[in-house]
Write a new protein. Structure first.
Length: 206
């Protein structure tokens, strides 16, 4: 027979559940929908993880649990096929005499993959022709990519150099994969690396 607990005995405090914060089984989808709307309405810079969490009706810790940083969440929202903001530091490391070539090769070799090219071309078309997507994507690139490139360059004109490098890459991608201009559309990756690499090198290093 179990002895009844005396009223004076202390009761054990309920254990706090570990793992992801509560938010419902569809929390991830709600966060993505909320992020899509928030980025579109407020732009990349003004949108916050806390504001997105409030909009999705979840704890802000859950947003970080699923997506990490704001840049990660934005990349997931737009279906970014590449993360140059994360990959650039390693491309810039090492032999500085070949930085331009490494950057061009990184971009082209990724875009030569069918799935990356499909998503990447769709993003390029959207960024060029959509009045909401253009400033949103520009905000992301300015904050997360160009700022990092400029920091690596470290010269008084670093911001201009970073933007010129980005314009060169964007122009190459549009010409090759969107407009499919003769010559550049059929050139090999090695040939484009050889021809465009020195231009990137001048912007990024020289």
């Amino acid at each position: 027979m179990v002895e009844p607990r005396h009223s004076g005995e202390p009761t054990a405090a309920p254990r706090r559940r570990r793992g992801r914060p509560r938010g419902g089984s569809d929390a991830r989808e709600r966060i993505l929908r909320a992020a899509t709307d928030d980025f579109a309405e407020r732009g990349y810079d003004a949108a916050t993880m806390r504001g997105i969490a409030t909009r999705a009706g979840v704890d802000s810790a859950l947003v970080h649990h699923y997506f990490g940083t704001k840049a990660d969440l934005f990349a997931e929202t737009i279906g970014a096929p590449m993360r140059p903001d994360l990959d650039f530091p390693s491309l810039y490391a090492g032999d500085r005499d070949r930085v331009g070539e490494r950057v061009v090769r990184y971009v082209l070799e990724n875009f030569e993959q069918a799935e990356v090219r499909k998503t990447g071309v769709a993003l390029l078309r959207t960024a060029i022709g959509n009045r909401l997507a253009t400033p949103m994507l520009a905000g992301f690139l300015s904050r997360e990519l160009l700022g990092r490139i400029a920091a690596e360059i470290g010269t008084p004109d670093a911001e201009l150099r970073a933007s010129l490098a980005a314009s060169q890459i964007a122009g190459m991608l549009v010409a090759r994969y969107v407009l499919k201009l003769p010559g550049i559309a059929t050139a090999s990756v090695d040939e484009l690396v050889e021809r465009i690499g020195p231009t990137l090198q001048r912007y990024l290093v020289d």
